[in-house]
Design a protein around this ligand. Structure first.
Ligand code: ZN
Length: 197
């Protein structure tokens, strides 16, 4: 079932979500929610969706990055982003450890439909959580996958990318797609972020 994705301005997007009890993960209600989040994410399309974005204040998000979503991006951009397919999985009650090195790239959010901005994120992260089968997992991620994890875990803590963005780079996705999508970050930085550049 497709769920309605809430837009910025809804209080639930600003609340810290409640952790799940581990035996709740296998319950029919949560298994159904995971399935609905997956279908809604794929339909959007997006690479992640957190439960608070559909009005459910729980520490649960789903992630999937499909090759199909990368077909408009040049090989050099995918390289720069460190972007490669990530199989479908859920994260439950995650804790995240950020690597020291940061990288800047554009990101968007289904709860701020049709906008995007440059956000600095850690290049590498370690996430400890439970998955959709209630198994304890430890994820070591870098590049785009690390960015998705940081973005989704922010949602579980009531934080949106606009809290972290380089505000000078805020733009419509139409303009991102028209002007910036396939440019190296160094050029974007020069044109938008370096003041008076
Ligand atoms: Zn988001």
């Amino acid at each position: 079932m497709l769920l309605n994705v809430l837009q910025v301005g809804e209080a639930v997007l600003r609340r810290r979500a409640r952790p799940l009890a581990i035996d709740e993960i296998r319950s029919p209600a949560i298994q159904q929610l995971i399935e609905d989040l997956r279908d809604t994410m794929r339909e959007a399309p997006g690479v992640g969706l957190a439960a608070p974005q559909v009005g459910v204040s729980l520490q649960l998000a789903v992630i999937e990055d499909r090759a199909e979503l990368m077909k408009d991006l040049a090989a050099e951009r995918l390289d720069e982003l460190g972007r490669q397919p990530v199989g479908f999985h859920a994260i439950v009650n995650p804790t995240i450890t950020l690597g020291e090195e940061t990288v800047e790239f554009f990101e968007g959010c289904l709860s701020l439909a049709k906008f995007g901005a440059v956000v600095a994120r850690a290049r590498r992260v370690t996430v400890e959580c439970w998955n959709e089968r209630a198994e304890r997992v430890r994820i070591e991620a870098d590049g785009w996958y690390a960015r998705i994890l940081q973005h989704e875990i922010d949602h579980l803590n009531g934080c949106l990318y606009i809290d972290r963005m380089q505000s000078r780079s805020f733009m419509t996705m139409d303009h991102f797609n028209r002007y910036w999508k396939n440019l190296p970050m160094a050029e974007i930085r020069k044109a938008l972020l370096d003041e008076g550049g």
